[in-house]
Design a protein around this ligand. Structure first.
Ligand code: NAP
Length: 650
């Protein structure tokens, strides 16, 4: 008997809902998603006519009524109610390309969706499965060594585990922590939450999770990842509290020898493939500030927060104003006696309505139980937080104000966001000047206003923009000579994202280390494979981060598919190893660098952490999500030098 794949679409029949519950659900529903649900069940093109076309709305969380007139809303809800009250098979399950494009456009109020989004969105909405058409492994009896060793059981390691299992490939994961979750397990600072809408920041496969909010908090995401590790049968393959020191490629045996440590004991695990799924945020950066170790009170990096820390009633100083501070400061502000925030560079921050809103219970019923409704809800979130922004992040060589913006659209964003800051800080004109950045919008990572400006106006909160000279036992000394007194110091100073997988001591062909290979900056073909490191794959590797929008779980899924497919191809052939061709790799990086030279993150007006010491952007991707999806969809052996088992033995 063949079992259902974890990533396979399961067509559950939705039971009929009780009339009252269905009534409440349609009242609470997002009418764009409800409209598409009605079309799936009825197949009646009447529902795709202009009468039902939602008003175009680019807000991340737009009003549920979709701007439709009352009588139209009523007609739609009545039809949806009738459908929900009976057990009904859909008239249209997976729409063919043209119809699907029409539906996508309709759900967005008439916005044109390019045809290349069809496969990606169908898959991401769960209408098709990521491994459709990919053959599982044949005979596994000849395995004399573990096929795959993965390092890291965060969201990318879990995705890969699910796919390897589906393709019949045995694997183990070593994980340095006591449970799954990676960054979400480790970052327990106050207010830690996701700033990508959860209905897109989740796997496209597996059971729908009843996200309590649009932007859920860390414990909710951790709970989701824990559930997925069980649901995808990944947990039993993980060795927890096991630290990977490094890995050495043995060319003759065509396998990796991976050194791991557990409870002080060192061990070597052999595997044919080695996958680093260690995430970009594993290495906190401590600021290079004199006297840091002299501070009398607790001084803690945001990523090293522990549950016993208590800031209540204290004078707290926070250094850094990136995404972590933006969550910590508004959360702790009500409890502390004094909050001093040290800002080196102001940030562009987008207003976001309903950031903290809970999802209505009645809307939740549809999101959890009604597959078409949930699929379209996810599509709308993915689209709004997807590729739309990228086109506005290109430098216009003709633009006459490069000192403040990149192009006309970017300048308009600048004006809108500046107006927003001026409005939010109207009661404190002194803060406005300190909060409006002088570099183009989106030059650093996009941040969402979750109460930041409102917090800055509180009398016990101080935004300090003078330079820091040193940390002293009793506080932070400024260049002006002033001492800002503090009993508790938070270092929200980010992570070293430049080293990536070379944080591990990885040695490829002829003993060359990944660290030395990356001396001039990290790089990998598709962010996944590196020449000279056969049978090694990286997840969330260089050039695959997201600077313009999208969800890291999406990129993990498509990289996991690439990796699992390639591994299956090799295992099912007489090949011993694959090593990406240097020209394929180099040409890829040239394209990345070329595109980035025309995008916002290389603008000289600011220094985003995306940029490495050589001025190159090797963190985030320069293309649309859909481009990267296409590039990784079908791994090509032609891109690799292949070695047969016989040749390896020679
Ligand atoms: P970050 O964005 O790198 O911000 C670090 C901050 O510390 C910056 O404001 C930086 O100033 C400042 N800083 C660094 N060294 C300093 C020094 N020596 N003196 C004074 N200030 C100093 O780090 P992060 O806030 O931890 O965020 C890192 C990434 O983690 C995010 O971009 C995001 O990808 C992820 N994250 C995500 C979420 C989420 O909601 N999903 C939440 C938190 C973090 P400059 O700007 O001048 O360099």
């Amino acid at each position: 008997m063949t079992r259902t794949r974890h990533t396979q679409r399961v067509r559950a029949t939705r039971p009929a809902m009780a009339s009252e519950a269905a009534r409440r659900s349609v009242e609470a529903a997002d009418l764009r998603a409800l409209l598409m649900m009605v079309f799936h069940y009825s197949g009646d093109h009447y529902w795709l006519t202009d009468r039902f076309k939602p008003t175009r709305d680019t807000r991340l969380i737009a009003p549920e009524d979709a701007g439709l007139p009352e009588d139209v809303q009523h007609e739609l809800r009545e039809a949806a109610h009738a459908i929900l009250c009976r057990e009904t098979a859909p008239a249209v399950d997976v729409p063919e390309d043209e119809l699907f494009l029409r539906m996508m456009s309709m759900s967005l109020g008439g916005q044109r969706v390019p045809a290349d989004y069809v496969p990606m969105m169908r898959e991401q909405m769960g209408l098709t499965s990521p491994l459709d058409g990919i053959k599982a492994r044949g005979d596994t009896r000849d395995d004399d060594v573990l096929p795959v060793l993965v390092v890291g059981a965060g969201e990318s390691g879990i995705a890969l585990g699910a796919m390897l299992d589906d393709l019949g490939v045995d694997y183990r994961i070593v994980e340095r922590g006591p449970t799954v979750g990676g960054t979400w397990r480790d970052n327990i600072y106050p207010g830690c939450a996701v700033d990508t809408p959860n209905h897109s920041y989740s796997y496209s496969f597996g059971r729908r999770h009843p996200w309590p909010r649009f932007f859920s908090s860390r414990p909710e995401i951790q709970e989701y990842l824990e559930k997925c590790a069980d649901q995808f049968d990944v947990r039993r393959r993980i060795r927890f509290d096991t630290y990977c020191r490094g890995a050495v490629w043995d060319a003759k045996a065509a396998r990796w020898r991976v050194t791991v440590e557990h409870q002080g004991m060192s061990e070597v695990i052999e595997a044919r493939f080695f996958v680093a799924a260690i995430g970009p945020f594993g290495e906190p950066t401590l600021p290079d500030i004199a006297g840091l170790d002299t501070f009398r009170g607790p001084a803690v990096h945001s990523a090293k927060w522990t549950e016993d820390l208590d800031v209540a009633g204290k004078r707290v100083a926070v250094i850094g104003t990136g995404a972590s501070c933006m969550q910590i400061a508004p959360t702790i502000a009500p409890d502390v006696a004094q909050l001093s925030i040290f800002q080196r560079t102001p940030q562009w921050i987008r207003p976001i309505e309903r950031f903290h809103d809970l999802i209505d219970d009645d809307a939740q019923t549809l999101l959890s139980d009604e597959p078409y409704y949930a699929a379209w809800y996810r599509f709308i979130m993915m689209w709004r937080y997807g590729d739309g922004l990228l086109a506005t992040l290109r430098k216009d060589p003709e633009w006459s104000h490069p000192e403040r913006s990149l192009n006309a659209a970017n300048d308009r964003h600048r004006m809108e966001m500046t107006r927003y800051i001026e409005g939010a800080l109207a009661s404190r004109p002194d803060l406005i000047e300190r909060c409006v950045p002088d570099y183009p919008p989106y030059g650093k990572r996009i941040l969402l206003d979750n109460g930041w400006y409102e917090m800055l106006t509180k009398p016990h909160v101080d935004l300090v923009t003078a330079r820091i000279r040193a940390v002293e036992p009793d506080g932070v000394r400024l260049d002006t000579g002033e001492l800002v007194a503090a009993d508790f110091l938070v270092l929200a100073t980010g992570f070293d994202v430049s080293r990536g997988a070379s944080r591990l001591d990885i040695r490829g062909l002829e003993g060359v280390t990944l660290a030395s290979r990356w001396e001039q900056g990290a790089g990998a073909y598709l962010g996944i494979t590196v020449p000279g490191f056969p049978n090694m794959f990286l997840l969330q590797g260089p050039t695959t981060g997201l600077g313009h929008g999208g969800s890291a779980i999406f990129t993990s899924e498509i990289q996991a598919r690439y990796t699992a497919t390639m591994i299956t191809k090799v295992l099912d052939s007489d090949l011993a190893s694959v090593d990406v061709k240097a020209d394929v790799h180099d040409e890829y990086l040239e394209r990345v660098d070329d595109l980035h030279s025309r995008l916002v993150w290389t603008h000289p007006g600011m220094v985003p952490y995306y940029r490495n010491a050589f001025g190159k952007i090797r963190t985030v991707m320069p293309w649309r999500l859909v481009d990267y999806y296409e590039m990784t969809r079908r791994p090509e052996l032609d891109d690799y030098h292949v070695t047969t088992a016989a040749a390896a033995a020679r």
